[in-house]
Design a protein around this ligand. Structure first.
Ligand SMILES: [Zn+2]
Ligand SMILES: [Zn+2]
Length: 1019
């Protein structure tokens, strides 16, 4: 048996254990009331439920069953089988239920014939069921209740429920009035499925739903036609594969090594194969035939044709990419060098491209070369998580970096990649560093001129330094005398050049650099610092090829003259070795060099050189997270970046994005960037299969929807974790017996313990996560239990240590992390193959977040995901009722992104940055003294050059992307600038000194921060 099969069996066995424990299958004695223990399979008495409002009734339901559509109209004759048991108190303890003794009855099975007339609600089997329950010593009573619901839309429809009819009775202990381990089976009735509400791309999906569960899941046995209630709703997703048929490795060679040698033939073959496949799946005849067979509506057929056109456009772009590769020798060379670097970076772990990765890169080539033609189109990469998106990005970045170098851009930023979270994943950083290191080695090997291909880690703030001060200050306590200081800022876990864990950080006093060094003497980089810059000031000084960081960092554009290299180019070179580029002169920096006390002469950069510096790409990861106020604020900052770059260099960056969402992307892209957008790859004509990927029969993730009945979500979560942990420990303790029970070879046990010994508990809020963490200590009776937490509030060094412990667990199980409580902080860029079990506390607020969060588990091995619903919430209730569709077709349930740019409130927040950025990047370099740091200097400049407020209003409106039709925004800007800024500028005696005081508002410190203020100085 293969390893994968063994893991699948383990996952299903584990889940069966949790479900059995949830129902109490394995117990026949208890010393507490069972109604406070079990969360599955129980039924509360109706008499208690009717007294409660609907929401509470849902929390502890008194009925389970199914809503079905019989094929024929009534009367209906069929059979229902009921299974249930009860618990009774055999001995009462002293007080308050302590020391009670409870015993379980046998399971009672009753077959009830149903002869159901039309138009009524009717009970069946009350007497038989109750008699049988009594005989087994059960106090509770029950009946089958069938209701004709055909009135709803005229078509036959029934609800069939098992109802607990136990009457009120205060003298009977609570638990005795419940039924447990209930199950209902409907047979002998032909039914037709429900059709899910039609959505635009419904031609791709199976929209049928066999039955709708009432307070439970329903399983349909297609062979016999029986419907059975299930305590959990289980949906298993299959693992995709990326090479098959025309793209199988035996047919199409997309290895990096081959593409580095002979790029044209394989890319040509790929383009041709895509076209052939399209003829087979998207042609008019094929669509017509499907429309006939599947009964498409006109809308569905029209939509399918639109999608077919989108496929053809994509196929044409890929063909054009291949043509350009053939005709442009420089680009071809960049492409081969990139492949050589990808091969090096992969270190033999994966030898080739997945077809869609290469397809995307080819599809972007036309806009790289065809000048401005499709430059403005935002290219959105949409791959299932785990599909290899980052490698695709990296390939494109390396290609662009080589293309830049070969065309004479020898230094400066090629791409600025932004992540929307507060913290950037260190794993992601390592992957970027590895790829760029390979790029640098290839650059050296081929003697390509220019600066090293380097990486900038542009985070600042609490994670990495903004700058290294000469002496610790009030706002920056970094102390260069402190020998322990450099170690705090180690960003890479292993060397990006030799992959060894031989990295150390050092402070280089002479060059004033915080350097990563490799101690491995056989490393290619032995003796020199890695081309990695983690201090903001060093990023300005060296403008590394690729800068990665958080989206928030865009706010610096309104505060920091040294950001000039992100939209244009630096001022000059410092002639002292290792000092790098210089920027605007300041009181503390006489020559503009960012190394403290440097007074070396500078070497000028010509305008022509400077115009080459601006980045080629801005990348935006997780585009769907740019919503609400963050999206609105960012849209203005994107406009500032574009506006400055366009004014200073005559062009803008190309924007590449990734998204987990396809819904409403064009509106979102238009709002954020004022540009058109398109998604790659185009989805295939049926769900789960396209040219680029299809589902295999291997288990990807098993999703289990849990509706906690009568107990709290916290109780269920704690119990689930206990069982999950205990099961792994049981397996370790007795591998022979349990392996037999699971049906696997015991040799797999150590790997299973390694891969399934850590449970992730995912909370939607930091409060949920903290509560879960606290209850681990008291409510989960498993020893030892190491619990760690990852939230947005976890410090940089803690994140680093927790990740390291997850990736490289100790040999001893006891020392490992057993439970990881986490927030959405882990949803992006935390890729640990050892995380395979997750409990989700309440359905996340957005479907995109659900997809991203649950994708953290089961990346390489079968995953198990419990989604414990918050039964009081309407959304959870809705998701539970169509959980299968929610998981299978999650992408379609993703909500459109709410984002707008036309907000006066947002404009009020972003105007200061636009005004300040123009002062720093547009006006200051034009001013006689290259300095506009004070109001006095600015006034002299304005009066000398005659910069008119009217022209500035236009320019700032353009910079902020305020459209002419947005009258209110326009008016706000005019008032702000004419009546405020420029009026005050000419007014003496206001006691103001700094230009940033003229508006009365300062640029935002962070894109999320609406309240913050910044200290100002001549700096
Ligand atoms: Zn090394
Ligand atoms: Zn210098």
């Amino acid at each position: 048996m293969s390893q994968a099969t063994a893991y699948e069996r383990f996952v299903r066995w584990l889940d069966a254990r949790v479900t059995r424990e949830g129902r109490g299958d394995l117990l026949d004695a208890l010393d507490v009331d069972p109604s406070g223990v079990f969360w599955l399979g129980r039924l509360a008495p109706e008499s208690a439920a009717v007294a409660r409002p609907g929401r509470e009734r849902r929390m502890d339901p008194c009925a389970v069953g199914a809503r079905i559509r019989p094929t024929a109209s009534g009367p209906w004759v069929f059979r229902v089988r009921v299974e249930a048991c009860g618990w009774h108190r055999v001995a009462a303890g002293s007080s308050g239920g302590a020391n009670d003794k409870w015993a379980k009855s046998e399971i009672v099975t009753v077959d009830v014939p149903i002869d159901m007339p039309t138009g009524v609600e009717r009970s069946f089997g009350a007497e038989t069921i109750t008699t049988r329950l009594r005989a087994a010593g059960v106090t509770a009573t029950a009946e089958i209740r069938v209701t004709d619901e055909s009135w709803r839309d005229g078509r036959p429809e029934l609800t069939v429920e098992l109802v607990n009819t136990t009457p009120e009775g205060k003298q009977v202990p609570r638990g005795e009035r419940y039924l447990f381990q209930t199950k209902l089976t409907i047979s002998g009735l032909n039914t037709i499925p429900y059709i899910l509400e039609s959505l635009p791309d419904s031609f791709r999906y199976d929209r049928s739903l066999d039955a709708i569960g009432i307070n439970c899941g329903v399983e349909h046995d297609r062979a016999t036609g029986t419907l059975t209630t299930a305590d959990t709703v289980v949906v298993e997703r299959r693992r995709p594969e990326y090479t098959f048929d025309d793209t199988a490795r035996s047919v199409l060679d997309l290895t990096f090594d081959t593409l580095a040698q002979t790029p044209l033939e394989p890319t040509n073959q790929l383009a041709a194969a895509y076209r052939r496949w399209g003829d087979r799946h998207w042609s008019d005849q094929v669509l017509d035939a499907r429309a006939q067979r599947e009964g498409w509506s006109t809308d569905m057929a029209d939509y399918a044709r639109t999608e077919a056109d989108a496929y053809r456009a994509e196929a044409a772009r890929i063909r054009r990419g291949v043509q350009i590769l053939a005709s442009d020798a420089t680009l071809r060379q960049a492409f081969t060098l990139m492949n050589e670097a990808m091969s090096l970076a992969a270190r033999g772990k994966y030898p080739d491209w997945r077809p869609f990765q290469l397809g995307f890169i080819l599809s972007v080539l036309p806009s790289l070369v065809d000048g401005q033609k499709e430059w403005d189109t935002v290219e959105i990469v949409w791959f299932a998580t785990g599909g290899g998106k980052t490698e695709t990005y990296l390939g494109l970045l390396l290609l662009a970096a080589f293309y830049d170098r070969l065309r004479g851009k020898r230094s400066g930023i090629t791409a600025w990649s932004r992540f929307p979270l507060r913290m950037l994943s260190l794993q992601q950083t390592q992957r970027f560093a590895d790829a760029l290191a390979a790029g640098e080695l290839v650059r050296r090997r081929h003697d390509i001129k220019g600066h090293p291909i380097a990486l900038g880690y542009f985070i600042g703030g609490t994670s990495t330094p903004n700058e290294i001060p000469k002496h610790p200050t009030e706002t920056n306590d970094i102390n260069v005398e402190d020998d322990a200081m450099p170690a705090k800022y180690q960003v890479l876990a292993r060397c990006s050049f030799c992959a060894q864990h031989t990295i150390e950080t050092r402070f280089n006093r002479r060059e004033w650099r915080l350097e990563h060094h490799c101690r491995n003497e056989h490393c290619d980089l032995a003796g020199e610092p890695l081309p990695l810059y983690i201090v903001d000031a060093e990023i300005y000084r060296f403008l590394p090829t690729v800068v990665i960081g958080t989206l928030d960092k865009a706010s610096v554009i309104g505060m920091q003259a040294n950001m000039r290299g992100f939209v244009h180019g630096p001022t000059a070179w410092c002639t002292r070795e290792g000092h790098g580029f210089t920027y605007a002169k300041r009181g503390s920096r006489k020559n503009g060099c960012l190394v403290p006390d440097c007074d070396a002469p500078t070497r000028p950069i010509t305008d022509e050189q400077r115009s080459r510096f601006a980045p080629t790409f801005r990348l935006q990861d997780e585009l769907h997270l740019l919503r609400d106020s963050l999206g609105a604020v960012d849209s203005h900052y994107e406009a500032i970046l574009d506006g400055l770059q366009r004014e200073l260099t005559g062009r803008t960056c190309k924007i590449i994005a990734s998204s987990a969402t396809l819904e409403g992307y064009s509106r979102q892209v238009d709002t954020l960037y004022s540009r058109p957008g398109r998604v790659f790859p185009q989805a295939g004509p049926t769900a789960g299969e396209s040219f680029w990927s299809r589902e295999t029969d291997r288990l990807l993730r098993r999703f289990v929807a849990v509706w906690p009945r009568g107990v709290t979500l916290e109780w269920v979560s704690d119990r689930t974790t206990t069982i999950l942990q205990q099961s792994v420990r049981d397996l370790m303790a007795d591998p022979e017996t349990l392996s037999r029970e699971i049906g696997i070879d015991p040799k797999h046990v150590p790997d299973i313990v390694n891969l399934y010994g850590t449970d992730v508990i995912y909370g939607n809020t930091v409060r949920d996560v903290e509560a879960a963490r606290r209850s681990m200590g008291t409510q989960v009776p498993v020893e030892p239990l190491r619990v760690e937490s990852l939230t947005g509030q976890t410090s940089f060094t803690e994140v680093r240590d927790v990740l390291a412990a997850l990736i490289n667990p100790g040999a001893d199980f006891a020392d490992r992390i057993h439970v990881l409580t986490a927030s959405s902080m882990i949803s992006h860029g935390v890729d640990v193959d050892r995380l395979n079990i997750m409990t989700v506390l309440g359905v996340p607020l957005t479907t995109a977040e659900f997809i991203q969060a649950t994708a953290r588990v089961g990346r390489t091995h079968p995953g198990l995901v419990y989604v414990i619903h918050k039964v009081g919430r309407e959304r959870d209730s809705t998701v539970y009722s169509h959980f299968r569709a929610f998981v299978d077709q999650g992408d379609r349930f993703v909500e459109p992104i709410p984002v707008t740019r036309s907000s006066r409130k947002v404009l009020e927040l972003t105007t200061p940055a636009a005004v300040e950025a123009r002062r720093l990047f547009v006006h200051e370099p034009r001013s006689p003294q290259q300095r506009l740091t004070t109001i006095q200097l600015l006034r002299e400049y304005v009066n000398l050059t005659g910069v008119s407020p009217d022209v500035e209003v236009d320019a700032i409106a353009a910079t902020l992307g305020v459209r002419d039709t947005e009258y209110l925004l326009r008016e706000d800007l005019e008032t702000d600038l004419k009546d405020g800024y420029y009026a005050k500028l000419q007014e003496y005696g206001l006691g103001l000194k700094w230009p940033s005081e003229l508006l009365g508002r300062r640029p935002m410190l962070s894109l999320r921060d609406v309240e913050s203020q910044i200290p100002i100085s001549d700096d």
